[in-house]
Design a binder for this molecule. Structure first.
Ligand code: DC
Length: 230
């Protein structure tokens, strides 16, 4: 397998700091930041809006149709900014970044049809240029040939605290206990699904960021990339 030098993958559970760190790393290296969680969230939003019941008898069939006509575009976040996501022309970037949409995204992400569609889209975006791809299965499934792979982790209480602070900055107040329960549930669901479960690629560098600052993690990643580039 030929290693792809212009792809950096960052996988890990929710709240481990992946987005912040991936954005900073991409900006430093002048790579495009690819937020694949935003893509699953957007599909989740579309499923919600269309009132589709995945458990219904014809749920699968309807999901396939929804995905067939889905018009999703991404505008890469420039220099450290959030990826903008458009559904049928509408900017849904804020609507998808709520705790409720995170749970819906986790639910739809277990659907094989959804994974197939988004994996194809992500690979196409990866063919366009240098990227920092952030998600759950970037190093294992989507870009197994990436040269630089990282798995960013932190303890659930630390992640719940970070998420609470982040949401507060966006004007949303949520109880720590509720966030911790959500994080634990998502960890369980994302890791136990049969398709593309959350786990480090065998060749990924695993980092526990519980005791590290954002700058420390970014410096560590930059150093690791530069060393491997030599
Ligand atoms: O990274 P995030 O919190 O925005 O992701 C939302 C959900 O999407 C997450 O709980 C699982 C799913 N997801 C996935 O299955 N595969 C990815 N590559 C990215 C996200």
């Amino acid at each position: 397998m030929v290693e792809r030098k212009n792809i950096i993958t960052i996988d890990g559970p929710s709240g481990a700091g992946k987005s912040t760190i991936s954005k900073l790393l991409a900006a430093k290296l002048h790579y495009t930041y690819l937020d694949t969680g935003a893509m699953y969230r957007a599909v989740g939003l579309q499923v919600e809006r269309s009132g589709l019941d995945l458990e219904a008898e014809n749920g699968r069939e309807k999901l396939v149709k929804l995905l067939d006509i889905l018009d999703m575009t991404l505008a890469p976040g420039e220099e450290g900014r959030e990826t903008r996501v458009f559904l049928h022309g509408e900017d849904v970037s804020d609507a998808i970044r709520t705790p409720e949409m995170a749970m819906v995204a986790s639910r739809v992400s277990a659907e094989p049809e959804v994974r197939k569609k988004l994996t194809e889209m992500q690979r196409a975006l990866g063919n366009k240029g240098a990227i920092v791809a952030e998600g759950r299965d970037m190093g294992t499934i989507v870009f197994p040939d990436a040269k630089y792979k990282f798995f960013l982790d932190a303890t659930p209480p630390e992640r719940a605290q970070r998420r609470q602070k982040q949401l507060l900055e966006q004007g949303q107040r949520l109880e720590y206990e509720e966030l911790l329960a959500q994080i634990r549930k998502r960890d369980r669901d994302d890791s136990s699904r049969s398709l593309a479960p959350l786990k480090p690629a065998p060749d990924a560098v695993v980092i526990d960021s519980s005791q590290m600052s954002i700058d420390e993690v970014v410096s560590f990643l930059l150093k690791a990339v530069h060393e491997k580039q030599k």
